[in-house]
Ligand binder design. Structure first.
Ligand SMILES: [Zn+2]
Length: 128
């Protein structure tokens, strides 16, 4: 795993650069000024699956109920990625109960991947 990506524009960049050669932004300043939770939500839009997966696992531990919506959107953005879809369901399962969680599971119970859809329906039935 020698790949390193700009957390802002997602271009592949050399390790240790201060400003991204692609977007020109100061990476270190952005990381310092942007709350960890916001950076995780932004990372869900990263085109590289290993970065998204890291953000999904971290969001499961962060316990912000409002993460459920962006997580569900991420799963729907990659309809054929069943592994990611299941990881997202697991992350949503770890979030505190609330309307955000229910709405996210309702969205995912219409996910194109059968395994994700069925699992979302089961989770929804379990909590409602
Ligand atoms: Zn960049």
């Amino acid at each position: 795993m020698n790949h390193h990506y700009c957390p802002l524009c997602f271009a592949e960049i050399p390790i240790g650069v201060e400003n991204c050669p692609a977007c020109g932004r100061n990476i270190e300043a952005w990381e310092r000024q942007t709350p960890y939770y916001d950076r995780l939500i932004w990372a869900l839009k990263n085109p590289h699956s290993e970065v998204r997966m890291g953000a999904i696992l971290s969001l499961a531990n962060q316990q912000h109920p409002e993460a459920a919506g962006p997580l569900a959107e991420c799963a729907l953005e990659y309809p054929v990625d069943v592994v990611q879809g299941m990881a997202i369901l697991n992350a949503i399962d770890h979030l505190p109960a609330g309307p955000e969680k229910n709405r996210a599971l309702e969205k995912l119970s219409k996910h194109p991947a059968h395994a994700v859809r069925v699992s979302a329906q089961e989770n929804l039935a379990r909590i409602s």
